[in-house]
Design a protein around this ligand. Structure first.
Ligand code: PLP
Length: 400
């Protein structure tokens, strides 16, 4: 019989993938489920991007590309960082992979060994700790409570750094909270990092264009340029351009790290899909109106859903700065009893009650490293969001 390697048995399947599968199964079995677990835009990929992919196929761009991506895509990525963030990267500072997820994994694989420590602020995207563990590193989880806006403070960062610290992971706007750092907050974190030259930063900016605030979104490298040689900025087209299935993500960072990532990629996948690269290059360098239009829709949904949830006694929800998730606090329902007489003791109990009781699929905060909370995706229709809010309101009202 097959016995998986320990790196496999040490990690778990992504809970969000598992929850989405459970919602799909229940739906297929005929249950009326409002699925609020989805981590991808509900919009279709823009038509001009699809057309660019067709054109690439017709031109015969159907072969291996360079390991670090096509020149056209690298140029589009460099142009995008320059245009939106005022950052200039050289060609040998760019890597391209099958999703930002692959770039993050390769960055860890290229650098982590023998219990190197990776600081992960919680709540965190579910994949970070397992990616670190799979690469023999040690996740160091730092709690960032709601009173801090779910954000890492300079004091907490300083306290978490040890001589073994190799990486700090920063993700803003965050999955699951939507929280993002102001320039002043990034500068304060930067001051700590400048005192610890062994620490590199994975800046996961995948949601940076799903941005709701008036002031422009900023990122660590832009706020603290002295750190540029120690930051791997990761991003991709999945969330901003509704291109999750095309699997294109990229990284920008110090040339030696990028070279190590590319070396691994050369032995792992050679390159991401040529057709997807052509589509991504077009998405990044053509008309950007899709981004603005979709953000307007997400913002309306966010405002509606936050207002509805904050009106439910027992729930409270911080208003996200970006991304398409809500992370409401459900402390006020802990200890209460369901109509069946079961006591809600954890956020997992609560989301299972929502699923069984009123058919709303959500994710428990514990999967993201902070309880008692739950995550709702608003990358779904206003109709579904309204229905989910009605049902959650009803479910909470039925608790004794
Ligand atoms: N980073 C975060 C915080 C995410 O939520 C996701 C997707 O869910 C990713 C990275 C991965 O995106 P990609 O589709 O580019 O692999």
């Amino acid at each position: 019989t097959f016995v998986p390697a320990s790196r496999v048995s040490r990690i778990k399947v992504s809970p969000s993938t598992a929850a989405a599968a459970r919602a799909r199964e229940l739906k297929a079995a005929g249950r009326d489920i409002v699925d609020m677990t989805v981590g991808e835009p509900d919009f279709d990929t823009p038509d001009n991007v699809k057309a660019a992919a067709h054109a690439a196929i017709d031109r015969g761009e159907t072969k291996y590309t360079p390991v670090n991506g096509t020149p056209a895509l690298r140029k589009a990525i460099i142009g995008d960082f320059e245009r939106r963030l005022g950052l200039s990267y050289a060609d040998n500072e760019i890597c391209v992979g099958g999703g930002a997820k692959q770039i993050l994994f390769l960055a860890l694989m290229a650098s982590v060994e023998y219990d190197a420590e990776v600081i992960i602020p919680a709540p965190y995207w579910v994949s970070y700790p397992d990616m670190v563990i799979a690469n023999d590193g040690k996740p160091v989880i730092v709690q960032c409570p709601q009173e801090q806006g779910f954000k890492l403070t300079p004091e907490a960062l300083e306290a978490a750094i040890t001589p073994k610290t190799l990486w700090l992971v920063l993700n803003a706007p965050s999955n699951p909270t939507g929280a993002a750092y102001s320039r002043a907050e990034l500068e304060a974190l930067g001051q700590v990092l400048l005192r610890h030259p062994q620490v590199f930063v994975l800046s996961d900016d995948i949601y940076d264009q799903v941005w709701f605030r008036d002031e422009p979104m900023t990122t660590l490298v832009a706020a603290v340029p002295e750190l540029k040689g120690r930051v791997l900025l990761t991003n991709g087209v999945s969330k901003s351009y509704a291109m999750t299935g095309w699997r294109i993500g990229y990284g920008a960072g110090p040339a030696p790290l990028v070279a190590a990532i590319n070396k691994l990629q050369s032995q792992m996948s050679s390159c991401p899909s040529s057709v997807s690269q052509a589509a991504a290059a077009h998405a990044l360098s053509s008309d950007q109106s899709f981004v603005a239009e979709s953000v307007k829709v997400y913002k309306e949904r966010r405002d509606y859903a936050c207002a509805r949830l904050n009106a439910v006694p027992g729930l409270s929800c911080l208003v996200p700065d970006g991304a398409f998730y809500l992370f409401p606090n459900c402390a006020g329902v802990m200890g209460r009893k369901t109509p069946e007489g079961k006591t809600i003791e954890t956020d997992l109990d609560f989301i299972l009650y929502l699923l069984d009781g009123v058919g709303v699929a959500a994710l428990q905060g514990s999967a993201y490293g902070l309880s008692p909370y739950f995550r709702l995706s608003i990358a779904t229709s206003m109709e579904a969001i309204t229905e989910a809010c009605d049902r959650i309101e009803r479910a909470v009202a039925a608790l004794k």
